[in-house]
Design a protein around this ligand. Structure first.
Ligand code: SF4
Length: 187
């Protein structure tokens, strides 16, 4: 691959579906399509760390945004992003272009356009603990995940204007749309 001087930043599980909450790595076609297209278009790729695996491990339960909206998780997000922020600053200073941060829509951490939400999700699991009520309260809402919010804040604080794009894993055309968007914005 030649030095194109154009790059994207990908949320971790686009390249490594193993990091997802178990049972959720079922839409690999969309990720594969996106990565193939990015390589074809000669994008350099920076893979972010997964904020959930690096705190809760691979056997974590699925969470909602409200559970991650804590000072501790936000601090963790900032801490793991800092080495990448420094890389971005250095690349940009030396004439490289970072065209987008690409997140995972629906994720409580990495959602860009959509995230998952519930005011009831959490606590003990079991019928005696109103598990059905908790499950029924789960919903996808408009909004960013916590990691993306923290990344956006850090980029803004450093006057780095990088767009955010969300990959919709349930929609195969989402990867094509991202590439088309990148092409249009960088003509
Ligand atoms: S936290 Fe982000 S990187 Fe980790 S599995 Fe979820 S969407 Fe992927």
């Amino acid at each position: 691959m030649n030095r194109s001087k154009k790059m994207v930043i990908l949320c971790h599980c686009i390249l490594n579906a193993n990091s997802k909450v178990e049972g959720f790595s079922i839409h690999k076609e969309v990720q594969n399509n996106l990565v193939n297209l990015l390589i074809k278009e000669k994008y350099g790729i920076i893979q972010l760390p997964c904020p959930e695996v690096t705190l809760y491990g691979i056997r974590r339960w699925g969470h909602v945004k409200e559970q991650f909206d804590t000072p501790y998780f936000r601090e963790h997000c900032r801490n793991i992003f800092m080495p990448y922020l420094n890389q971005i600053i250095d690349y940009v200073k030396n004439g490289y272009e970072i065209h987008a941060v690409i997140g995972i829509d629906g994720s409580p951490s990495c959602g860009v356009n959509k995230t998952c939400s519930s005011t009831k999700w959490g606590g003990e699991v079991g019928v005696e603990f109103a598990i059905n009520e908790k499950v029924n309260d789960l919903k996808i809402i408009q909004g960013k995940g916590v990691f993306i919010e923290e990344i956006e804040n850090l980029l803004n604080q450093n006057s780095l204007n990088i767009k955010f794009l969300g990959l919709d894993e349930e929609n195969l055309s989402s990867s094509n749309n991202i590439i088309e968007h990148l092409k249009k914005c960088n003509l």
